[in-house]
Design a protein around this ligand. Structure first.
Ligand SMILES: Cc1ncc(COP(=O)(O)O)c(C=O)c1O
Length: 345
């Protein structure tokens, strides 16, 4: 089914899809109050293939599509020190024959040495990205301005950089990757005759959350999509998703099928803040590992799984819940200082 002009927009192929939707049988058993009450499913978007995979691979297909159309030779992006997005942007740039400049923002207080050198940072370096540092982690517009300055320097050197802007006010092109994913989920559910009652997904920049919600509604599906805040409180995030949905409609040259009251957000798992572990996140990481052999990360998927487990515990009827595993695993090695002591190191 066509969704606006989605299939006419420039896109490069970077990832493996469709990603599988698997049953989490042990976790379903563990969290069901009565036998067979819960059916917990997981969409393995950590298996999108490129450089350890993750949700950003789908998003980058549209950014890189535009970059190639513009004749760019360098990708420029900003993110947290342990950002998965910048790691995957560097890989996508290499895969498309480009260079990559990365601005790393100091969003986490008192990080360990490994936080700065291992996990995603190590992969960024292996991919040969040029790293820049931005000291004000929560100053989104400042980070954007600084990125523009790096772009000016690159232009002065004769390069043609393409900036992946993530700040509010820039079109959320990457969200289109999750409009595509919504189509994929609907097709998979129809093929396997599964009725999904609710989807739970991490909500950071909001591109994944907004794209999924938009795609489902555009296809006539009313499956609720619960966004779990990983960075901002729910009021801020609600407005962000509402704005993104309108911006997606503009990109696709169609009406916005998402009503504001359909944007569901929880920030119950957010404290003490971005990139910091709490008890529920650690419990979720352990439950996924112990019951399913699944590896989650402490920043995004541990948090969103904590939200998913909360939803499962609240549910007292027969329900099928789908968790979107958005990747992020390389970060566990950078969080050794936090995770190690909890695991007996
Ligand atoms: C592993 C992982 N999951 C979820 C998210 C959140 O996705 P979005 O920024 O599209 O809201 C991110 C963002 O960087 C991520 O790296």
């Amino acid at each position: 089914m066509m969704i606006g002009c989605l299939h006419n927009l420039p896109r490069v192929s970077l990832g493996h899809s469709p990603t599988p939707i698997d049953e989490m049988l042990n976790l379903s058993r563990e969290l069901s109050k009565d036998e067979g009450e819960l059916r917990l499913l997981i969409k393995r978007d950590d298996c999108t293939g490129l450089a350890f995979g993750g949700n950003k691979v789908r998003q980058l297909e549209f950014y890189l599509g535009e970059a190639v159309t513009n004749g760019a030779d360098t990708i420029l992006i900003t993110g947290a020190v342990q950002s998965n997005f910048v790691r995957l942007a560097a890989a996508a740039a290499r895969n498309t024959g480009m260079e990559c400049h990365i601005q790393l923002e100091e969003r986490v207080n008192n990080p360990s040495l490994l936080y700065r050198s291992s996990g995603n940072v190590l992969v960024d370096k292996l991919l040969g990205a040029t790293l820049h540092s931005f000291p004000e982690g929560e100053e989104e517009q400042g980070a954007d301005r600084n990125l523009e300055e790096i772009a000016q320097t690159l232009r002065a050197e004769g390069k043609n950089p393409y900036i992946i802007h993530l700040g509010a006010g820039h079109p959320p092109l990457g969200a289109l990757g999750y409009v595509v994913a919504a189509q994929e989920i609907m097709t998979q559910a129809a093929k396997s005759n599964v009725t999904i009652d609710e989807i739970v997904v991490g909500s950071g920049s909001g591109a994944t959350h907004a794209g999924l919600l938009f795609g489902l509604r555009a296809l006539g599906s009313f499956i609720p999509v619960k966004g779990i805040c990983v960075r901002r409180t729910k009021d801020l995030q609600h407005q962000r998703i509402v704005n993104h949905c309108q911006a997606i409609a503009n990109l696709l040259q169609m009406g916005n099928p998402v009503r504001n009251d359909e944007v569901e957000i929880s920030d119950d798992q957010l404290a003490p803040g971005y990139g910091q572990l709490n008890d529920a996140v650690f419990e979720a990481m352990q439950m996924a590992a112990h019951h399913e052999g699944l590896i989650l990360d402490p920043v995004y998927t541990g948090r969103s799984m904590a939200g998913f487990i909360q939803r499962a515990r609240e549910t007292d009827q027969q329900k099928t819940l789908l968790f979107i595993h958005t990747g992020g695993q390389p970060a566990i090695f950078a969080y050794e200082a936090d995770l190690g002591p909890l695991l007996g190191n």
